[in-house]
Write a protein that binds this ligand. Sequence first.
Ligand code: FES
Length: 565
Amino acid sequence: MADEHGMKRNLTQYGDQGFSVFLRKAFIKAMGYTDDALERPIIGITNTFSGYNACHKTVPDLIEAVKRGILLAGALPVEFPTISLHESFSHPTSMFLRNLMAMDAEEMIRAQPMDAVVLIGGCDKTVPALLMGAASANVPAIMLVTGPMLTGSFQNERLGACTDCRRYWAKYRSGEIDSEAVEQVNAQLVPTAGTCSVMGTASTMALVTEALGMMLPGGAAIPAVHAERLRQAELTGTRAVALAQEKITPDQIMTKASISNALRVLHATGGSTNGIVHLAALAGRLGHPIDLPRFDRMGQETPVLVDLKPSGQHYMQDLENAGGLVTLLRELKSLLNLECMTVSGKTLGEIIEAAPPSWQQDVVRPFSNPIYPQGSMAVLQGNLAPNGAIIKQSAASDELMVHTGRAVVFTSLEDLASRIDDLSLDVEPDDILVLQNAGPIGAPGMPEAGYLPIPKKLALKGVKDMVRISDARMSGTAFGTIVLHISPEAAVGGPLAIVRTGDRISLDVPKRRLQLLLSEKEIADRNAAWRANVPRPARGYHKLYFDSVQQADKGCDFDFLVKEK
Ligand code: FES
């Protein structure tokens, strides 16, 4: 029954397929469906609503609109739950759980009868997790994001999560504002449902997904609470039925060429550094692994054009008012693979041609007048990062792009937390802060701890930025001269593990170098003395994670989920 559709797909095995259909129908009839409904193609809808996830607060309304679109096209919508991850409600960090959500999505898409699936995600890890799961299940799929939240206001200044969360927290730490003011800011940072309103990971992944072709045109930037978001949901449902009929599977959309388009958009948006981790994982699922040096070369010819925080000044609703992603795609046209097919049934080039003419706006710059002349990220290599490290150069300080300094080392997140505010800490503004053991294995889950706070002693003196390096990640909403994703990480014996306070480190972003300035003999001696000290978990998901997670340059996916050659 491999070619069966609807309820007859993916039968439970009792050794008698006729009985499997009979039993399945008996149970599903208790939901009140008629025989006519049960003969239709089935479109699954992932329900990622959770009472912990304000970024997904509107998912029930979206599901209703998606169902309307599916019914209008003559198919049967069936929603089913998946894991939901919110950034601030996932201990130790949502990245630890991304692969679990991807496995959940993959196996539920595969196990249950559906001819196509509408993936509803939004908050940072949910979109990559759903895409990864759908890529591996390879059932026709289309993404709908919850959409960005609107901005708030404090003393007439516009506020948005979460660049302004960090900015105001830094002001509070340095004594610029008091606890009453920071509480008022807290109540304005997330004024509506939806995903973070700056170019954080959620916005980045939404735009990247649209560029990949897995979302209907214009779907990335529509605010979560606008009526247009519901119309987009209805259209997504209708289009899912067509994908089922045409049997257009994710591997036909997410090709090597469309992944290249997504990488271009990642650079040009000033996108989150998490974007490269997620795209590396997704590309691994599809058998098109990302080559980091090539990503770096792409950045040298792809300027940042989108003027959104943290690299620029605007918010996602402004990008929507500027025309959304297609305004950017038009500027990047000469660098894109325009023949790539999308879930809309049109190629990327046809979508650009069909879009209304652009209008006067100041959110997406023309190619000739970028906000940053190269892509948002640079890939560093050197004896401190043999398999690469990332810096978001578009959000870094110009004066620190070439810098040599003394390392001040924190050996763990706990060590960092216990000493960073110590006013007697031996640290100067031109030192380099180093955090060890915050990578995929070390923390675990590679938390967004790479944005090390400026030591209180220096923050009180007005120091705003320092070179900071780690094997951790950083929120897409953060900014500063911050080297991340050092691979291999310290916890598995990467060179970061042997750095000691007082060592000299050299960062040269234009030359893409990150070097620990020690003799080869000293490095060899320290490597020989190094011992692993992360205990192997005894049970559960943590054990599976510990045994299987790959390093950041491979997207931190589990090794057994990568597509076999
Ligand atoms: Fe959900 Fe920022 S916390 S998108």
